[in-house]
Design a protein around this ligand. Sequence first.
Ligand SMILES: CC(C)(COP(=O)(O)OP(=O)(O)OC[C@H]1O[C@@H](n2cnc3c(N)ncnc32)[C@H](O)[C@@H]1OP(=O)(O)O)[C@@H](O)C(=O)NCCC(=O)NCCS
Length: 176
Amino acid sequence: MIIIRAARFDDAEALPAIEQSAGEAFRAIADLAWLAEGDNVSVERHRQLIAEGACWVAADGQDRPVGFLSAGIEGDTLHIWELDVRLDRQGSGIGRALLERATGDARRRGLAAVTLTTFRAVAWNAPFYRKFGFRVLEDPGIDERLASLLGDEAEHGMPLDQRCAMQLDLSREDTR
Ligand SMILES: CC(C)(COP(=O)(O)OP(=O)(O)OC[C@H]1O[C@@H](n2cnc3c(N)ncnc32)[C@H](O)[C@@H]1OP(=O)(O)O)[C@@H](O)C(=O)NCCC(=O)NCCS
């Protein structure tokens, strides 16, 4: 049994190991296998994001996190920083459930959009988000904030031509 709940402060210590395990999925892609060796978000940063109130975990029957989505509110937008599901739990609907919880929360808060950056061609990245209505923002549709995030990623070794920014526009949804 998996429950999606708001992350608690004491969940933070479990999250880097989940990110590490989730990243193992990239070993299946020769060009991107190095991502499985990359640094994870620190416990301290997770605590900070949890305190901001836009982080959720997928918890198992013992209330142990097996996946998480961490996000933050940037103006009128919910920006997703990380979405990770432990490798042995992938492919069973947990990622979808976390994303639905986060987008539902953004709607309840009356936010205009949900954004993120991801890989264009990795099956569980842009194509996954597209199924939820996210669309890739191409230049000049990318605002300064997202352009700067893509720039930072490139500085940290990410192949810029394979990355993209995506947005789910909530402002045009029918709320009747
Ligand atoms: C992305 C991620 C969180 C998805 O979580 P998940 O629990 O495995 O996803 P779900 O079981 O809810 O699957 C939802 C959709 O994701 C896609 N998907 C997930 N894993 C996939 C895989 N290995 N290959 C192809 N598509 C995949 C499918 O489109 C699936 O939709 P479908 O069920 O209609 O076919 C998970 O794969 C993960 O942690 N990946 C590594 C880290 C990562 O890339 N995070 C996203 C960074 S932007």
